[in-house]
Design a protein around this ligand. Structure first.
Ligand code: SF4
Length: 69
């Protein structure tokens, strides 16, 4: 979330990699509480509409239960 929305930034500055290919959080162990509480859709069997919204905004398909099989 750091830097998100700041001038010229289109994503969190802690996000490393290429969206849609392979990404990781460079501060994963110290990520803020909003990140800790945000679950990917169906990660624990429950859909998160915010997850789908964020993925679609970046041109990705929403996650499905099959993505966790
Ligand atoms: S999990 Fe990491 S990369 Fe993702 S928004 Fe939070 S700080 Fe940024």
């Amino acid at each position: 979330m750091k830097g998100t929305g700041s001038k010229g930034a289109s994503r969190c500055l802690a996000l490393e990699g290429e969206v849609g290919a392979s990404v990781s959080c460079s501060i994963y162990g110290n990520r803020p509480s909003p990140c800790r509480s945000f679950e990917a859709s169906f990660e624990s069997g429950i859909e998160n509409p915010g997850c789908a919204e964020a993925r679609v905004a970046k041109g990705l398909l929403p996650l499905t239960p099959a993505d966790w099989e």
